[in-house]
Design a protein around this ligand. Structure first.
Ligand SMILES: CCCCCCCCCCC/C=C/C(=O)SCCNC(=O)CCNC(=O)[C@H](O)C(C)(C)COP(=O)(O)OP(=O)(O)OC[C@H]1O[C@@H](n2cnc3c(N)ncnc32)[C@H](O)[C@@H]1OP(=O)(O)O
Length: 393
């Protein structure tokens, strides 16, 4: 089975230069009891390193390796490799050089170092507090803040705004920044004819042979953190659904405070077709929102809804004709952004707090099930069929 998976995934996998000096294997737990905050920061940082698109260079990788070992095992306690064992000797030297640095300090230094690496590639998508003008966005995610509204726009119109792993991370950063900036409301929307076609199925090919399960764990943690950000987002969060929405972009809507849709929009969650299962807390929110029968029609059988149907089921707040969609919605949003921000926050808090713990538990459970699904033949075959252009939704 492992060989078969490796063969599948390697079809389009690119060997990352990060592998020249490989990182220690991780034992991270996706579900289960809550972790201490600093340990969670550390584990998040380990995940982010694995998802870095740009090779940080061997010197940096040695620093990260040494700090990781010190943070997890303490001072170097293994025999020095022979002089001809160049890579292992370099790793040993880096670890040994940290002497008796306490584990906690090593963990903190590791988190700081990873933050500096991640921010150099993703800082452009963060909105600084107090900003009141257009911000520099990354290529695939444009974040602007104006007149009390922070707008996060998916910007991959040629790929129907499919979400790459890099974009999941950028959205997390953008939401964290928006929760602290001086805007009153936050909006998520898409550029082009689609709102979002869901998870970019190419994310599946970005997996190296021999470390599939480890990579799956990292992605699972990323997904859980991503959805957690929506659960915890403190201000009114509004989706401006400018066109069709697929997969995770639909399930997440249950965590928004208002969903405005163009009458061109459709809502499709084809999880069974893809050998996958629901996420974004939809397995809990959808049945509560629209009743179990209607929720199952979407989440198990993949029924695609029109905007009107989604509105009738409570997933959409209001539908607008496409010709006047942007004008009408933005006029509405500008008016909302002038409402007293603290009152809106506390009202949202009261409503969300009743369910927060439950939502985090649901998220963890959904991700844990998905982790298994991603390694199933059903899922692998569906993704391979899409990527080899044999299938479309
Ligand atoms: C090993 C573990 C790794 C796991 C990684 C998982 C990470 C977290 C997962 C979270 C769970 C999320 C679940 C979901 O979101 S499920 C939904 C996934 N989405 C889809 O299945 C949609 C697939 N796309 C389509 O069926 C069609 O493209 C679509 C109906 C959306 C539009 O059809 P249309 O004919 O109008 O347009 P094209 O197909 O020509 O699309 C234009 C180009 O865009 C590319 N495209 C579109 N959507 C995606 C996508 N989701 N992923 C990747 N690429 C996408 C399409 O291929 C075209 O590209 P080219 O122009 O290069 O051919």
């Amino acid at each position: 089975m492992a060989l078969r998976l490796a063969k599948h995934w390697c079809l389009s996998a690119i060997r990352s230069p990060l592998q020249v000096i490989s990182f220690p294997a991780l034992q991270l737990h996706v579900s289960g009891t809550a972790m201490r905050a600093d340990q969670k920061d550390f584990e998040n940082a380990v995940t982010r390193v694995k998802l870095l698109k740009k090779d940080p260079g061997n010197e940096m990788k040695l620093k990260l390796y040494a700090l990781y070992k010190q943070a997890t095992e303490g001072p170097c306690n293994v025999p020095k490799p022979g002089v001809f064992n160049l890579i292992n000797k370099a790793k040993w030297d880096a670890w040994n050089a940290l002497g008796s640095l306490p584990k906690e300090t090593a963990r903190q230094n590791y988190v700081d170092l990873v933050s500096s690496l991640s921010s150099s590639s993703a800082s452009s998508s963060q909105v600084k507090p107090g900003a009141d003008k257009e911000q520099q966005g990354s290529e695939n995610l444009v974040v602007t803040s104006e007149n009390g509204i922070t707008k996060i726009m998916l910007n991959r119109p040629t790929k129907k705004n499919a979400i790459t792993t890099q974009m999941y991370q950028e959205i997390i950063l953008a939401l964290k920044a928006a929760s602290k900036d001086d805007s009153t409301i936050t909006v998520l929307t898409g550029n082009g004819d689609y709102y979002c076609s869901g998870n970019d199925l190419s994310n599946f090919t970005d997996v190296l042979s021999g470390e599939i399960e480890e990579k799956v764990k990292s992605i699972a943690i990323l997904l859980r953190d991503f959805v957690d950000c929506f659960i915890d987002f403190p201000k009114p969060l509004i989706a401006v659904v400018n066109g069709p929405a697929v997969g995770i972009s639909v399930t997440l809507l249950g965590l928004f405070d208002a969903v405005y849709a163009s009458d061109r929009a459709t809502f499709h969650t084809p999880f069974s077709h893809l050998g996958q299962s629901p996420e974004g807390c939809s397995s809990y929110i959808f049945p509560k929102m629209m009743g179990p029968a209607k929720a199952k029609e979407m989440l198990i059988f993949g029924k695609k809804l029109t905007a009107g149907e989604a509105c009738a089921r409570g997933l959409v707040t209001e539908v607008f004709p496409d010709s006047t969609f942007q004008t009408e919605v933005w006029t509405r949003l500008k008016a909302y952004s002038k409402l007293p921000p603290n009152a809106m926050r506390v009202s949202k808090q009261i409503i969300r707090n009743m369910e927060k713990e439950k939502l985090h538990a649901v998220n963890a459970e959904e991700v844990s099930v998905l982790q298994e699904r991603w390694l199933s033949d059903e899922c692998i075959n569906a993704v391979m069929n899409f990527l080899s252009k044999r299938a479309k939704l």
